[in-house]
Each structure stands twice: as C-alpha cells, then as structure tokens.
Design a binder for this molecule. Structure first.
Ligand code: BEZ
Ligand code: FE
Length: 289
C-alpha cells in the first residue's frame, strides 16, 4: 500500500472510531458498518468531484420528488435497487407452507371501503375477473374474519389516489373471510404498468437501459388475529414482465393462471357476471406471529 492509500485507510478508521462511544449498541453497529461500506464503495469507484456532486444532486432530487402523500421516490429507489426485496426477505423468513411476501410498494391507502364477499371493487372499466380462495393457518385450519386489504391499478396503469380522475376507492377495498376462511373479490384483470418514471429514479433506469414495468398483479395485505400480517401480490401467469420486474418482486409461488369462464358458469350466477370473465384462485397461508 502506498502512502496515499494508507492515509485513505486511516481516514476510514478514524471515522469509524468516532462512533465507538455510541451508547446504543445497535446504532453503533449500523453507523460503523455504514461508514465501512460507504468508504469501500468510494474507494472502489474513485469518483471524480463532478461525479460526487452528480450523486448529491441525484439524492437531493430524490428527496424533492417525495410529496408526503402518494409519491415516495426514496422507496422507489430502494425498490429498483432490490433493497426493498432484500429487507423483505430478511424480515419474513417463513416456515414451509406459508405464503411468501413481496414488496409493499408506495400505493397502499388505509381506510378503504369495507366490501362484502364477492363485491365488485372495479368502478372503472376493464376485463371482468373474480379472484377467490381461502385463508388458512399452516395447519390447514380456516381463518375466519381475516381482513384482506386489496389494491390494483385501473387499465391505465394507475392507482386511485395516484390518478385523481378515478373515483374514491376504485380498485381498492377491505374484504373479510367467512366462517370457512373463504374470500371472493370481484374486479378486473390486473394489467402490467410502469412505475413512476418522470423523476430521478426514471432517469436512472433510462440511463442504465432498464425498463420500468411491473408484471400485472393484485396487491394484498392480510391480517388475522394471532398471525403474522402478510403483504404480498398475486401475479398473472403469462405476463411478459414476470422475468424482469422493475422492482424484483416476483416469486414463482405467487403466479396464478386465470381461467376463462362463460356467462353461463355457476360462478357467474353467484357473483352476478353477465359476460365472460376470468377466474383466479389463490389460497393464502398465514404463519404464526
Ligand atoms: C407497486 O406494485 O404498486 C409498486 C411497487 C414498487 C414500486 C412502485 C410500485
Ligand atoms: Fe402495484
């Protein structure tokens, strides 16, 4: 190691040492590891001062692109760098048989309408669909009274709330399982859509030749007493973006094939479909808390 490199290594050590007396041991560990990895990154890539300023500008604009309501560019940055899925994987190591989780995303809204079993949550047009199944525990016992908070985009690829032209509560709702753990959601077939790409994250994706699409999916947050809350999606089989999700959220066990059903099908009568529709079935398994 030449003298210049030795001085750089001493600087890193000196900064790490300034955190040595942090009273909270977890905070001490986080700060020292952060400095170690950050300095290793800078030492490896040896940025010019112009590059470092560009990085500062990028992070500044990322913060300025958050509106405190629906736009959260830092979450988007974490998502597109795969960090959100890594945090999810670390925090949701599931027992065998439990349904896998995936990225939460920035478009959840609390307090959406309570909906009856089979109620239509689509207030805008699309290809009619039914998504139904059971929620059970890892022993196969039905979970009655579990809540399923559900959200998806309209056919224009935008969520209500994000797209203020959509009616309140469009393609969102809170469903409950019945005594058999059964749930049913009448909706429209999810479509693939781009993540917001008019900000710094979109520029990063374009500059690196990555596309910004997510494969078609329906979001779920499922809560049941005494069980771990499950945040996940159900993806449409056959979607062209399943292998290249912009936010790395796809897991094979979360992909379902929708079946075509006619207007004469028994399910059509039960749920009020007057035209052909798509049927997706998915059973969720919640693990213990
Ligand atoms: C979503 O699926 O809603 C989503 C997830 C991550 C980033 C952007 C959108
Ligand atoms: Fe989504």
């Amino acid at each position: 190691m030449n003298e210049a490199h030795a001085a750089e290594a001493r600087l890193t050590r000196q900064v790490i040492d300034t955190f040595a007396r942090t009273p909270d041991p977890r905070l001490r560990h986080l700060m020292q590891a952060l400095v170690r990895h950050l300095h290793a990154f800078v030492s490896e890539v040896e940025p010019s001062e112009a590059e470092w300023m560009a990085a500062i500008r990028f992070l500044t604009e990322t913060g300025q692109t958050c509106d405190g309501v629906v736009r959260q560019e830092f979450i988007l940055l974490s998502d597109t760098l795969g960090v959100s899925m890594l945090v999810d994987a670390i925090n949701h190591r599931k027992p065998a048989g439990a349904t896998e989780s995936t990225v939460f995303g920035p478009f959840y809204m609390a307090g959406m309408p309570e909906r009856a079993t089979g109620e239509n949550m689509a207030l805008t047009a699309g290809s009619p669909a039914l998504v139904h199944g059971h929620v059970r525990d890892t022993e196969g016992r039905p979970l009655a009274g579990a809540t399923l908070d559900v959200w998806q985009t309209a056919v224009n690829g935008m969520y209500s709330g994000q797209d203020t032209a959509q009616p309140h509560g469009n393609l969102r709702g809170r469903y409950r399982t019945d005594a058999d753990g059964y749930y049913a959601i009448r909706t429209i077939l999810p479509v693939s859509y781009p993540i917001p790409d008019d900000g710094p994250v979109g520029r990063m994706m374009a500059a690196t030749g990555r596309h910004v699409y997510r494969p078609a999916h329906l979001h779920f947050m499922i809560e049941a007493e005494g069980k771990r809350t499950l945040v996940t999606h159900v993806f449409n089989a056959g979607d062209p973006y399943l292998d290249s999700d912009a936010v790395f959220g796809v897991k094979p066990a979360l992909v379902i094939a929708y079946a075509e059903r006619g207007a004469g099908d028994a399910l059509a009568g039960r749920f009020g479909f007057e035209t052909p529709f798509h049927e997706g079935r998915y059973d969720f398994v919640l693990s213990e808390q």
